[in-house]
Design a protein around this ligand. Structure first.
Ligand SMILES: Cc1ncc(COP(=O)(O)O)c(C=O)c1O
Length: 363
């Protein structure tokens, strides 16, 4: 046999995920506003817990994440046995896909839906059906129209990345009501803590009584622990038990577990992180609109700016920002080549973005 090993069908057709850029040649400390991280970093309590975890890094982590499980259950009023922990919520999506998708099945998500759902679904030889988002927002009827007899999972991020839009509690209920009982509805609430709109609702209460809803959250945003990789899902017990058959036994690290428990208890850091975003999101939006660029309304810790297709394009703006030492996210991979996604930063970072885009607009 001389043939080289071949990946499964479809693997090499998957476009590799391109993460937020983190360096600019010749710039020692660029402002990284490309991955919707927490501009304040991790809180003091989380840092202390991380430092203290050094005493235990020779020991395997608790595979059931019991301390974190109890802390999350208490914080959100959830049944502890209905939680699934992952190496980031990304792993929870991958576990759901691996557990429920076989070749020829499909997942449904919005046209601009988060890429992580799609990549692991394609890795399961499943198809991805995209529902149009003409208003840069997931539409209930468009999602339902994509569902067929091979659909196993519908993914909605609420709030949505990269558009920053959201679906109301009413819309999420209608979506759930329209789905067959054998289709799982995943509601990804990675940016929940940054929403102030009163018609947005967490789907935890809806999920409590449903047999086919999974709600996910992450420690990467409000808690500032993106580098530690911790997320969780709240799911019906039957889904948790199925996933536990294939979950790697030690998928969240000792340091990750201890740090997440400390972060969850640090309300002051969560409040400061939220306040920073709530203070600067409208200012950044208004300032950039004032320069003549379209900024989509956002309920997350980022804004999506849409640039003209000729002249002052997204690509030209990206180059201009890079030259000023600012890294933002190009979102061509989402089918939005005219967009740049900018994470809300610290006051200095936001002012630097405003100044740079003002100069760019006038250039
Ligand atoms: C919509 C959405 N869901 C989930 C995540 C990933 O979270 P985690 O770091 O927990 O894998 C992100 C991260 O950017 C996101 O934008």
């Amino acid at each position: 046999m001389t043939e080289a090993p071949q990946p499964k069908p479809g693997i090499l057709e998957i476009a590799p995920y391109v993460g937020g850029k983190s360096s600019i040649a010749g710039v020692a400390e660029p402002m990284k506003l490309s991955s919707n991280e927490n501009a304040l970093g991790a809180g003091e309590k989380a840092r202390e817990a991380y430092a203290a975890a050094i005493r235990n890094i020779h020991v395997y982590p608790d595979g059931r994440a019991n301390k974190l499980r109890a802390a999350v259950a208490e914080k959100h009023g959830l049944e502890p046995e209905r939680l699934i922990f992952g190496n980031g919520s990304d792993e929870v999506f991958a576990l759901l896909n691996q557990t429920y998708l076989t070749a020829g099945d499909n997942i449904v998500c919005g046209q601009y839906g988060f890429l992580a759902y799609r990549i692991s679904a394609l890795g399961c030889e499943a198809q991805v059906k995209l529902a149009p988002e003409p208003g840069y927002k997931a539409e209930v009827d468009a999602l339902l129209a994509q569902v067929d007899e091979r659909t196993r999972i519908v993914y909605v991020s609420n709030p949505s990345n990269p558009t920053g839009s959201y679906n109301t509690g009413e819309e999420i209920r209608r979506l759930h009501e329209g789905l067959p009982a054998n289709v799982i509805l995943v509601i990804d609430e990675a940016y929940a803590e940054f929403v102030t709109e009163t018609d947005w609702e967490t789907a935890f209460p809806l999920a409590r009584d449903a047999s086919n809803i999974v709600v996910t959250r992450t420690f990467s945003k409000i808690h500032g622990l993106g580098g530690l990789r911790i997320g969780f899902g709240y799911a019906p017990l039957a889904i948790c038990e199925a996933i536990d058959r294939i979950r790697l036994p030690f998928n969240v690290s000792v340091a990750g577990l201890d740090t997440a428990v400390a972060a969850l208890a640090d309300e002051a850091h969560q409040t400061a992180s939220r306040d920073l975003v709530l203070q600067w999101r409208p200012r950044l939006t208004q300032a950039i609109r004032g320069f003549g660029f379209e900024v989509l309304p956002s309920v997350g810790n980022f804004v999506l700016v849409l640039f003209p297709e000729t002249g002052r394009t997204a690509s030209a703006a990206n180059d201009y920002l890079n030259a000023k030492g600012i890294i933002v996210r190009q979102v061509g991979g989402y089918g939005l080549p005219q967009g740049l996604r900018i994470t809300i930063g610290t006051e200095d970072q936001n002012r630097a973005v405003i100044d740079a885009l003002s100069e760019f607009a006038a250039s």
